[in-house]
Write a protein that binds this ligand. Sequence first.
Ligand code: FRU
Length: 488
Amino acid sequence: INDTLSYRPSYHFTTDSNWINDPNGLVFANGKYHLFAQYNPFGDKWGHMSWAHATSDDLFNWQQQPLAIPEIKNADGTTTMIFSGSAVVDSFNTSGFGKDGIAPLVAVYTSHIDSAGKGLRQHQSIAYSTDQGKTWQQYENNPVLDIHLSDFRDPKVFWYAPEKKWVMAAVKPLEYKVQFYTSKNLKQWTLLSEFGNIGNTDKIWECPDLFPLTIEGTNDKKWILSLSGGHPQKSFLAVQYFIGNFDGKTFTADKLSYPLYIDYGKDFYAGITFNNIPSNDGRSIMIGWANCWSYANDIPTRGFRGAYTVPRVLTLKNTTDGLRLFQQPVSEITTYEKEIFSEPGITLENTARNLAHVQGTSLDVSFDLETSGTAGISVLKSGNEETVISFDAANNTLSLDRTRSGDTSFSNQFAGIEKINIPAGKNKISLRILVDKSIVEVFADGGLFAITDIVFPLKNEGGIAFFANNSKATFSNVQVKEIKKTIH
Ligand code: FRU
């Protein structure tokens, strides 16, 4: 396939072929990162949902493994699709699935019962592997949690060490509720509590996650509850989060002005964090699906459909508005980077400057921008085709404009501008922009704001231009790094 129009990113995860949506079962086990994916083994549109599998030593170089958990054809003519969920390392063999001293990997997923395209029931089921995720056995007494609903899904299970028990967060999507359950053996689950009906309830709730973070510079711990649903621009989708406490039973949100969003782009959905990251590492690492249900089945990629965001480290910091999540690409990315341009300062006034000999379609671009007007950068630029990131200091906004980004014809929902309100009175902002063929991820203000959008440039020149409109702007500490999957 002609590389230009395949739109396959180079350092973002994609499967060799076919469709993917949500990342599932992110877990570190025995020295390797495992990633599973909502996957259609038979085509490049949603369907036959199964779990694909890939492993990596460094979160970037992924090796796709054989299909992990396929959909199940039932005797009564229905099909059990393997919907989203999580995976744990059952180190104490609480499930009894381990053998010969090998701790099993246990996947907890939503068993979605389908009859001729109609969803009848969703319950939670488990499967296990004693060979590092290569082969999986379904538990004979599935499902393990059934509350007789057609919509009840996306279990995220983790080990709650203080009480030596498993905790599951799952959603009742249509009721905007997260339910928390507990289990001693991953097989019997009891309800602990519910949380919901706050924040953004414009769209159904999906893919919850609950994980602790230490507030930077302190020893205080908070719990983050994240879940997928509505977007600040009504008709789209995003991941929102709540900050609070979890006592092993109940999640209580701090009083902040919700909704808060992990990413303000249109293509960050179903993000979850890795389980079982060793304590001497201690990072909370999230991966999201870089796509949006409004057009996901129609994007013009070839040979594959769907990609994941770069793995991101989440941290919690105090800001003038209160506690907020910050995010940055995991530092492993630097292994693949080579600086191709750097300049301490570029000053522009009411003009644009193309970086004539500096270009690329897989880049990490960073700089600090100071202006009292509107200024920014165009990436994936070829003539008039460009994706524009701009900071408007007068109106306190940061935006990503993909209206002229290339092919936008496949969906009338696609072309558009993301705009974030940022704290007033700022005339300085740091920007880090990851570009990879058809994905643009913006990390602004040290990672306080993120915008992820996919784009489909028709030309592949990968030009870069800085601009300042109606004002003077200074771009300092400018760095452009090329990212190649072969180690530089
Ligand atoms: C989120 C989602 C999940 C579900 C899965 C099905 O994108 O709708 O709620 O488990 O996708 O593929």
